[in-house]
Design a protein around this ligand. Structure first.
Ligand code: ADP
Ligand code: MG
Length: 403
């Protein structure tokens, strides 16, 4: 993989450099609630601009359905990127249309533009190779060189991630280089015990990584939504909690393999439950109750790990040599369900381990809950991407950056 230093050495002055970034930040209306992903890619953009490139930045935001949808506009990200860079960022109101063409044409050397959300175009995420390639060609018309630095999207076979680098001379940005360096470390010699903490909402996305981690980790702690599929597999009632019933056979197989391999598999011993999902807008008190993990009432839903589990998980992290954490322990967006996530974050800081936090929401949670991000070994900007890397899969966006 070429670095941006090599690209710069070969000459970028006056060249239009397309930077595929991941500016998929959490929004409350048009207010960015965590700008971590923008700050993470800003140095790459600044470096290219300083070398005299005309920098054309592109990203996705959320999951629009292949057509413009104002709630997923990147306009707030353009403003924030400008503040971070300390200079104006021109914003194109479309991705490959008249506005994009005019905005890019107007760039002077060292200036930066951001295109509107890539996913406003059906070609970006299309499963049809020809449709994706056609969109990639439209993007290629806006640039001379390509820099891949959207780590959070490298596991996607999307036009801007996979097809576009094949059409232009390309390099990997500094963020991708850092992310891959850290994750590579986790697949090689790790300081033990190697403890993995998994939570979050996207159960099916996350079960796969366990398959691979069962061969590497010493201890796996489960929280968040996926815990209930495990509790159900163990024969417990989970009420109306998140559940992926079709995954129960897989989960049972994991539990059996963990036992056979001597991997410690730890499930919550208690959880916070309520009959209702909390109001994340008003944050009105949710008044959850604490119940044992094998005694969830049929009409209630588990929304965080309980106090006994917080203590248990902190103890299981205390002697760790390496920790990989993906996925909040509960619905941390509501203060009544943030304590499990807080306890795990604190346990990571209290340990002497090399700590890696992966996942958009997990990374945002750490910062939103007031932890100092510099105290962690590494906070990854990619959730699915980091998990798939650890699964040993080939990531389309990384493969495309190979020479
Ligand atoms: P990441 O982005 O870090 O990979 P996910 O996107 O998988 O994490 O999950 C984050 C979301 O999981 C948060 O919005 C949180 O509210 C939700 N979540 C955590 N625990 C639960 C639970 N028990 N039930 C429902 N949602 C949950
Ligand atoms: Mg997420």
């Amino acid at each position: 993989m070429k670095t941006i230093e090599e690209l710069i050495e070969a000459g970028v002055e006056g060249k239009r450099v397309f930077v595929r970034a991941d500016l998929n930040v959490p929004l409350d209306g048009s207010t960015i609630t965590d700008d971590g992903r923008i700050r993470a890619v800003a140095p790459t953009i600044a470096k290219l601009a300083a070398a005299g490139a005309k920098v054309v930045v592109a990203s996705h935001l959320g999951r629009p359905k292949g057509a413009p949808d104002p709630q997923f506009s990147l306009a707030p990200a353009a403003e924030r990127l400008g503040e971070i860079l300390g200079k104006g960022v021109a914003f194109a109101t479309d991705t490959v249309g008249d506005s994009a063409a005019a905005t890019v044409a107007a760039l002077a050397n060292g200036e930066v533009a951001l295109l509107e959300n890539l996913r406003f175009n059906a070609g970006e995420t299309s499963k049809d190779d020809a449709e994706r390639k056609a969109f990639a060609e439209q993007l290629a018309a806006l640039a001379d060189l390509y820099v891949g630095d959207g780590f959070g999207a490298v596991h996607r076979k999307h036009a801007s991630v996979f097809d576009l680098p094949a059409l232009l001379p390309h390099a990997a940005g500094d963020l991708i280089a850092t992310e891959v360096g850290v994750l590579k470390k986790l697949t090689e010699d790790v300081a033990r015990p190697y403890v993995v903490v998994l939570g979050g909402a996207k159960v099916s996305d996350k079960l796969g990584v366990i398959d691979n981690l069962l061969e590497k980790a010493d201890r796996i702690l489960i929280g968040g939504g996926m815990a209930y599929t495990f509790l159900k597999a163990k024969g417990h009632e989970v009420g109306i909690s998140l559940l992926q019933a079709d995954q129960i056979p897989t989960v049972l197989e994991y539990l059996a393999r963990a036992e056979a391999r001597g991997v410690e598999f730890v499930l919550p011993v208690d959880v916070l439950v309520s009959a209702e999902f909390p109001d994340l807008k008003t944050k009105a008190p949710a008044n959850p109750s604490t119940v044992a993990a094998d005694a969830i009432p049929a009409d209630q839903e588990g929304l965080d790990i309980g106090p006994g589990t917080r203590e248990l998980y902190a103890a299981k992290l205390a002697d760790a040599g390496t920790v990989f954490w993906n996925g909040p322990m509960g619905v941390f967006e509501h203060p009544d369900y943030a304590n499990g996530t807080k306890a795990v974050a604190q346990a990571l800081l209290d340990s002497d381990a090399f700590t890696v936090v992966g996942g958009g929401d997990s990374a945002a949670a750490v910062r939103i809950l007031g932890f100092d991000e510099t105290k962690f070994g590494h906070i990854s900007t990619g959730g699915g991407a980091s998990l798939e890397y650890l699964e040993g899969k080939t990531l389309p966006g990384l493969a495309a950056l190979e020479d």
